[in-house]
Design a protein around this ligand. Structure first.
Ligand SMILES: O=P(O)(O)OC[C@H]1O[C@](O)(CO)[C@@H](O)[C@@H]1O
Ligand SMILES: [Fe+2]
Length: 207
């Protein structure tokens, strides 16, 4: 069936978008298990009465391959211990599907990890486009002191696989705040690398 064109007006200030078909929020309690300091996480959930840490408005035409989902993500600034507020992170369930992010407001990082454990960090500010290539696990991090707002678009049959990060006890590196400002990358000592067979199987599936 022929689709009608759609436009959406993005508000960098509110992180909202007109014409959206959906909206969801993630609260701090939804992100249990992601931070190195579980006690600090729990204490902050209680202290701030389980705040919203990011929300997403998107337009989904359906799940047909070749189609596109787009939307806007708004992330609060904040920290759990020495780590910044971040998204859960995922690889696409169809792992060869890419994604584009386009910075609107604030200062963020995209943390990317390849199946064999390579890390890349891409800084995203207003007017920055970040291309997440196929097969990279990705997570956004708000390292600024204001909201981080980004537009995204990805193939509508991508899906999200959150289990890959759980299975390796988190991503290989953590982004932490440095004393006096800025951020640094440190090793995650709990990280379990994926086995070479797992990596080959993941990539072969889509060859
Ligand atoms: O799905 P997660 O890992 O919580 O991250 C949310 C972000 O990823 C997306 O699912 C896009 O891939 C957006 O909804 C949002 O920017
Ligand atoms: Fe994604």
């Amino acid at each position: 069936m022929l689709r009608e064109p759609v436009t959406s007006v993005v508000s960098p200030e509110t992180g909202g978008m007109s014409g959206n078909t959906g909206r969801y929020e993630k609260r701090l309690s939804d992100l249990a298990g992601l931070y190195e300091d579980a006690a600090a996480h729990q204490a902050l959930v209680e202290k701030l009465a389980d705040p919203v840490v990011y929300d997403v408005e998107d337009f989904r035409p359906g799940n047909h391959s070749g189609d596109l989902i787009y939307g806007v993500t708004r992330m609060n600034p904040g920290r759990v211990g020495r780590e910044f507020f971040l998204t859960r992170g995922h690889i696409h369930a169809k792992a060869d599907r890419p994604e584009i992010y386009y910075g609107q407001k604030g200062h963020g990082l995209m943390q990317l990890e390849s199946p064999d454990g390579e890390t890349r960090i891409v800084e995203i500010g207003p007017q920055t486009i970040c291309y997440v290539p196929p097969f990279w696990i990705h997570r956004s991090i708000n390292v600024g002191d204001e909201d981080l707002v980004m537009v995204f678009a990805y193939p509508s049959d991508s899906g999200q696989d959150y289990g890959i990060i759980e299975a390796s006890n988190g991503m290989r590196h953590r982004v932490v705040a440095k004393d006096g400002g800025g951020w640094a990358l440190i090793d995650n000592p709990a990280y379990k690398p994926r086995r070479p067979e797992t990596v080959v199987a993941l990539m072969k599936q889509y060859a």
